[in-house]
Design a protein around this ligand. Sequence first.
Ligand code: FE2
Length: 433
Amino acid sequence: MKNLTLIEDVWTIDREHVDVLIEDQVIKEIVPHKTGTQVNKPSQLKLIQGQEGLLSAPFVDAHFHLDATLSLGRPRLNESGTLFEGIQIWAEQKPLLSEEDVYERAKTLIHWAIARGTLAMRTHVDIGDPQLKAVRALLKLREEIKSFFDLQIVAFPQDGYLRQANAKALLNEALDLGVDVVGGIPHFERSTRAGQESIEQLCRIAADRGLRVDMHCDETDDPQSRHIEALAEQTIRFGLQNRVTASHVTSLHSAPNDFAAKLMPLLVEAQVHIVANPLINITLQGRRDSYPRRRGMTRVDELMASGVNVAFGHDCVMDPWYALGSADLLEVAHMGLHVGQLTSLAGMEACYQAVTQNPAFALGLKTPSAKGFAVGDRADLVLLDAANPIEAIRLRANRRMVMSRGQVLAETPSVKTQLNLPNQEQLTVDFRL
Ligand code: FE2
């Protein structure tokens, strides 16, 4: 017997009021609300009342560090708030890591992410440890959760692919163990020349192995840091179009407009995906500025207008680089909207797409559709206490139900606040107008 679920009375992101029928793991029908979904045996139907909530594709985190997450304070806090002190603290912590410790912290973070409606994530893993303990921990976790969560792992040479003596061998070993994506950090190599050399070598590895690339690229306020150009060039050279992501690219915030204008068409030609990490970019960048102090996040509006696929990532939750966070991509979208001044209707909706369809596309999971989901898609869905994507961002709306492959994985009841004001009737506050 087939498992049938009807999610009734919901809005799609393109503002259609619909009912959605799910058969086993797949979306079977999307019909206008209450026009009579064709279900032969209502008795076997599980009904989910949408109550005019927003039914959305799940959130996809395009950029995270599961090996470092939830390690805040080990062995000390980041006093300067800079990327480089964070890297130093991580270097102090690394020798103390155990496979079990990484696994447990990463698993907890994945639970938080699912509760927040995230069902796919690309995590970078530092391959600098000769025993690859973190790699093994995350590969184990990926295997355990693969029936309900898409976890992609990037082999990330945190201390430099060419700069760390044994990084080349360790990166190849990590890929041999089954890590999905080739990482890099060209701006952290010893020189611009070495950065470019690392890009070439890493793209060659990806092409040879048939893998995707996701590099930390130009995560600095230095307007002269332009590895993004070299990455796009090598992407085309090795035929990796649509398979390469440049993460952060914060230098582009500070680069001259003439350089940006030349770069945009090159990124489109190379089909390079760009991932901004708003919570982290706004806190780590601009640290050497007095005032005015730069925001640091890359040129999200210009990139989007040029036709580049731009996604937002969370990057960090409670680790050496960021003390806050709760694995909530609506918080990420909220910050991205503000930092990028994406306040037009189209801009706000684009911020929602930057945590749903766009990262899915960057990760190679699916091609974005207007609704975010379509008949025949796997039934991966999130039901939000919001009428539309803008309200979802405004309220960081409650995720009432999270469904992966037709199975409800998480439920969070709606919370109502009761007001008891002097000389007035009792009120219930509803932030949805
Ligand atoms: Fe990162």
